[in-house]
Design a binder for this molecule. Structure first.
Ligand code: SF4
Length: 380
């Protein structure tokens, strides 16, 4: 039984506006999109904000079976970024399945799929589902997804995270859907379930007046301007992201930063030092998580198509994969980078909790940080 009450309260009243940094030329409406009047309304309202887009109905096809017509991986990738797929996701709530590194497993959910931004290092772009169907997706069955979360949440006995931002940007499409205005009040009513939302978006206007009860933790993925301008295209600048963070601090949300992937450009010590100094002095953070490249070969091939084979990421990567099948920088380089940045953070904010993302046990051991294993962005 799907509880439609939240959707009825907020859904039909929300007027979509175009999502910044996203201008689809095609919208494909897939199986299940019209299963309720509310979904029909939302699909129609989203289509209406892109009057120039070609609208195609493929109601016999699930969202993950939309094929775009290009044999070339890079062309396919960019065609996907211009294609919005509307559909439903029956298994949008999942428990992660990390193995071979120190990451904890955790609940994550997907009202969206993939992302309109264009980060050259994007790991998600090379994952099997996205590689096959690299479209930007909005799943219209949000009440069903929240009911799945509610069922798990009702069994909890301790604060537990539900992560939005693992297989998508958590906020980039919010101005199209208004979903934050349903999801955040939903989590505000939960005793133990906590929303952790990871984004590079600065579209926070929908969030600022909500009664979130601090059950929503907002995390921004950040890099210094020098790194962002070299490796992040079609995305809000780091300064804009920090301004959005500050607005959300004022609205009472707990705020975190994820500095990832740290890319050791020439002069990285000064670049990251300045950036972290400015960030910590301007923005009260509850946690900071550091991470480096930890990608798969399909994603790295795409990175090399965008940047050329001789680029500052590929040039530093190890030739052999780690135990979890990912490719990383050599252990010594990773440790040197973390040691330098952690030292900087501790001098400025000794009490700030520091996490490392997607790291191996040897890294924590070398940094004398084994007690911080599992204290990352994915947990409350
Ligand atoms: S924001 Fe994340 S998902 Fe989107 S392109 Fe950048 S790295 Fe990929």
């Amino acid at each position: 039984m799907i509880d439609m009450s939240l959707f009825e309260k907020f859904g039909p009243g929300y007027q979509p506006v175009p999502a910044p940094y996203f201008n689809p030329d095609t919208i494909i409406i897939t199986r299940g999109s019209y299963q309720t009047p509310q979904q029909c309304n939302l699909a129609e309202a989203i289509c209406s904000v892109y009057p120039k887009a070609r609208i195609i109905e493929k109601l016999d096809r699930p969202h993950n079976r939309v094929q775009l017509d290009s044999p070339d991986h890079l062309e396919l990738h960019y065609a996907g970024k211009k294609t919005l797929v509307l559909g439903i996701h029956k298994s949008a709530l999942r428990y992660s399945d990390e193995d071979g590194n120190t990451c904890p497993n955790y609940w994550h959910f997907s009202p969206y799929g993939f992302c309109p931004y264009d980060c050259q290092y994007c790991y998600l772009a090379g994952t099997p589902g996205v590689k096959y169907s690299p479209t930007v997706k909005i799943f219209l069955n949000l009440p069903e997804i929240l009911n799945q979360i509610g069922r798990v949440a009702s069994q909890l006995t301790a604060p537990t995270a539900f992560y939005l931002g693992k297989l998508q940007d958590g906020l980039a499409l919010d101005s199209l859907t208004g979903y934050s205005r349903i999801i955040i009040p939903f989590f505000a009513r939960q005793r133990y379930a906590r929303l952790i939302l990871l984004t590079k978006s600065v579209n926070v206007e929908n969030l600022l007046d909500l009664d979130h009860k601090q059950n929503t933790i907002l995390s921004w993925s950040l890099n210094p301007p020098e790194v962002s301008s070299a490796f992040e295209q079609n995305v809000p600048s780091p300064d804009e992201r920090i301004t959005a963070m500050q607005k959300c601090v004022e609205a009472g949300y707990p705020i975190r930063a994820v500095i990832m992937p740290i890319i050791p450009l020439e002069g990285w010590q000064k670049i990251y030092s300045n950036f972290i100094g400015n960030l910590l002095e301007s923005t009260p953070l509850k946690r900071i998580t550091l991470g480096q490249i930890c990608s798969y070969s399909a994603a790295l091939k795409l990175t090399e198509r965008k940047l050329g084979k001789n680029n500052p990421i590929s040039n530093r990567l190890e030739k052999v994969k780690s135990n979890d099948g990912r490719v990383r920088f050599p252990l010594k380089l990773r440790i040197d980078i973390y040691r330098y940045l952690i030292d900087k953070i501790k001098k400025l904010k000794p009490e700030l909790r520091i996490g490392l993302c997607m790291e191996e046990h040897d890294t924590f051991k070398a940094l004398n940080m084994e007690s911080a294993i599992g204290c990352c962005n994915c947990v409350p």
